[in-house]
Design a protein around this ligand. Sequence first.
Ligand SMILES: Cc1cc2nc3c(=O)[nH]c(=O)nc-3n(C[C@H](O)[C@H](O)[C@H](O)COP(=O)(O)OP(=O)(O)OC[C@H]3O[C@@H](n4cnc5c(N)ncnc54)[C@H](O)[C@@H]3O)c2cc1C
Length: 287
Amino acid sequence: MTLPGSLDEAVAALTAMPAAVPVAGGTDLMAAVNSGLLRPAGLVGLGRINEIRGWQYQDGHALLGAGLTHARMGRPDFAALIPALATAARAAGPPQIRNAGTLGGNIASAAPTGDALPVLAALEATLVIAGPGGGRREIPIGHLLTGFDMLRPGELIGYVRVPLLHAPQTFLKATGRTGPGRAVASVAVVLDPARRNVRCAVGAVAPMPLRPLDAERWVASLIDWDGERTLAPEACAAFGDYVAAACIPDPAPGPDGADPGTLPPAALHLRRTVATLARRALGRALA
Ligand SMILES: Cc1cc2nc3c(=O)[nH]c(=O)nc-3n(C[C@H](O)[C@H](O)[C@H](O)COP(=O)(O)OP(=O)(O)OC[C@H]3O[C@@H](n4cnc5c(N)ncnc54)[C@H](O)[C@@H]3O)c2cc1C
């Protein structure tokens, strides 16, 4: 395994050895190796790259290093900066996973259950991608998650640029009945008073986080942005239902107008779960 000391050295190592794979905390990658799903020809370890293990401030944004661990993001100083991401980090697996697993690994794995992903989608974060020859390019996180843009050979996620909104934001996650673990559904809600909007993303119910844009616009129009920024419980409940119906829609009629039937019980249950999470997430953000 190669252990470069800088982002550009890591990119150079990957460019020189195209069959090699980057590894950060190894929590996802080594699980794939151990189960025989992946046999990388070489590994480029990112664990010694100090420049991506912290964060810095830049033009009203935080520039988060891809090597930040969940444990680090869960600490109070980070929570004061980006509360929803800290909450998601605290919910990401057991302590040994949070100590090793990183923000960059969570994004690159792009698992539907990745807890950081709905938060970053709601924050409209952008990724700073490091490429050969010291190159840097920025893409919205949604472009990577939807496959609209992909990491090219030798490229690495270097940083995540997140706007500092100085306003309430929440993340809530529902797990299976067997106890804490991967999300069955998760919801991030972010208030952006400067743009007078509410942004919401729902995780785990689709291959990538979903943004219920109509529900966002509707609820933002109800809020008195210059006043108390409170909403009646009924409005929060209606928002929850709106979000859930957008993410888990009723079956569409067939091409000949045939009766589409109703949602299967499991989908109906998931829709209720999303509605509850979205109602509570908005209520807490406005509390
Ligand atoms: C038991 C268990 C429970 C878990 N529970 C949760 C959970 O509740 N919530 C949750 O969100 N996740 C969970 N995870 C998943 C995992 O811990 C996270 O996705 C973690 O953030 C991955 O980070 P890593 O540094 O370990 O990535 P790695 O395993 O090192 O890498 C993962 C992938 O990302 C690539 N990669 C890593 N860093 C970069 C980079 N900077 N640029 C480009 N590519 C990169 C690697 O090549 C690899 O393909 C769990 C995992 C396990 C094993």
